[in-house]
Design a binder for this molecule. Structure first.
Ligand code: FES
Length: 106
């Protein structure tokens, strides 16, 4: 019942999962500020200009009040009014398939 997304990352992160040498993490898409839906934003210039956050990697961004969450920092709020991290989705590997098995924190 919680919208979430799974991201492939360049390195291992806390709470993430490794499968076949690839690193993954999953997060709730519910912004911890006021509940809008965050998205993976790959436009680094837009993140710098519109969200006032400079990064070399895609970030999870919220369009409502411009919060930015860093998937490489376990979903930490790194810019904007949000201060709490996105909830992480617990992942498990079963016979080579990745399953979401719950939310790790509130
Ligand atoms: Fe996401 Fe306000 S609801 S920044």
């Amino acid at each position: 019942g919680v919208p979430a997304l799974l991201i492939r990352l360049p390195v291992a992160v806390p709470g993430g999962l490794e499968s076949a040498g690839r690193h993954y993490a999953a997060f709730s898409r519910i912004c911890t500020h006021q509940g809008c839906i965050v998205s993976l934003n790959t436009n680094l210039e837009a993140i710098a200009v519109a969200f006032n956050y400079r990064s070399d990697l895609p970030q999870l961004t919220c369009p409502c009040h411009f919060s930015v969450f860093d998937p490489l920092q376990a979903g930490a709020a790194v810019s904007g009014p949000a201060v709490r991290p996105l909830r992480r989705v617990a992942l498990e590997l079963r016979e080579g398939e990745i399953y979401a098995v719950g939310l790790e924190r509130s």
